[in-house]
Design a protein. Structure first.
Length: 120
């Protein structure tokens, strides 16, 4: 009975997670990371985005989200976990940070995978 119960509890969970692909999960996390979507400040592809131009004591200033699709993973990881002025504080897990990095690099990772699978 206990085994049966465990099975019934496991199957719906398992099938619910297998409905979405890794790509879909990565995209939804980038747009909705339990907070404001990264896309709103860093752009759809993480290339950076102009958010606002304003004047501070008469001096023209800009507020831009930096490109985040060209930095190496260790820096990406470290910055997300630190306080950044102008950016909301997120509390992302290691897997979530890896998934976001994957999202920003998915095209090149896919190309690299195809290349390494090609027969020599
Ligand atoms: C409200 C706007 C905003 C949102 C939303 C936002 N960021 Fe940022 N982010 C910033 C600003 C501003 C900086 C700092 C830019 C600078 O240092 O000039 C920054 C910096 C970063 C950096 C460091 C870049 C570097 O080269 O040092 C990373 C990595 C980063 N953001 C990732 C993310 C990710 C991933 C998300 C979503 C989970 C996100 N950001 C959401 C505004 C935002």
């Amino acid at each position: 009975m206990k085994v049966l119960l465990a099975l019934f509890m496991f199957i719906p969970l398992y099938s619910a997670t297998s409905f979405i692909t890794k790509e879909e999960y990565a995209a939804s996390l980038y747009h909705n990371p339990r907070g404001i979507g990264c896309n709103l400040c860093h752009g759809e592809a993480g290339k950076g985005k102009h958010i606002a131009s304003y004047k501070d004591k008469g001096v023209p200033k800009v507020f831009d989200g930096k490109p985040i699709n060209t930095i190496p993973f260790p820096l990406f990881y470290e910055r997300i976990n630190s306080k950044i002025i102008g950016m909301p504080r997120y509390y992302l897990t290691d897997v979530e940070i890896q998934t976001l990095y994957y999202y920003l690099h998915r095209e090149e990772l896919r190309r690299a995978a195809v290349k390494s699978n090609r027969p020599k």
